[in-house]
Design a protein around this ligand. Structure first.
Ligand code: FE2
Ligand code: FE2
Length: 163
């Protein structure tokens, strides 16, 4: 494999380790293991540094205009091509948790793609919009908080404002 391939493989692995350690930290916190939680969070931070360095070395970070384009196509691929067969298979297997996580992600990615495209078309006149994130399904709403999340019904008051 070329160094570029190795960098992208290392980027994928370090990115996964980051999210896994954050999930493990949450669990450690819930079980009352404070040092374990902190060490998981410390390592998660380190894996992010590694992931970003690998991605940069692979020239994976370009201009914001190009990055927005990459974001639109990534999100679109996910909701159009990746998640539908995953969801289908999960339904066939009767895996309820997977059905929920795939369908939340699939619906949220469609909204993300639309919002990224919107930012892209307004890039020259950036209006410093505010975004609110549903903490359950990943739905994002621009400038206002909905009464309830249109994807998962979580109350709008629980949404987090993204700075
Ligand atoms: Fe997304
Ligand atoms: Fe939601």
């Amino acid at each position: 494999m070329s160094t570029k391939d190795n960098l992208m493989a290392a980027f994928a692995g370090e990115s996964q380790a980051n999210r896994k350690y954050l999930a493990f930290a949450k669990k450690a916190e819930a079980e009352g293991y404070k040092s374990a939680a902190k060490m998981f969070r410390a390592a998660a931070g380190a894996e992010t540094l590694h992931a970003h360095a690998h991605l940069n070395a692979a020239d994976g970070v370009k201009s914001t205009e190009e990055n927005l384009k990459a974001a639109v196509s990534g999100e679109t691929f996910e909701f159009e091509q990746m998640y539908p067969p995953y969801l289908e298979e999960a339904k066939k297997e009767g895996k309820d948790k997977a059905i929920q996580s795939f369908s939340y992600a699939m619906k949220a990615e469609e909204v993300h793609a639309k919002l990224f495209a919107e930012v892209m078309s307004n890039l020259s006149k950036d209006d410093d919009s505010v975004y609110y994130l549903c903490p359950v399904c990943g739905y994002i709403e621009k400038n206002t908080v909905p009464e309830v999340c249109p994807i998962c019904n979580t109350k709008g008051s629980l949404f987090t404002k993204v700075e």
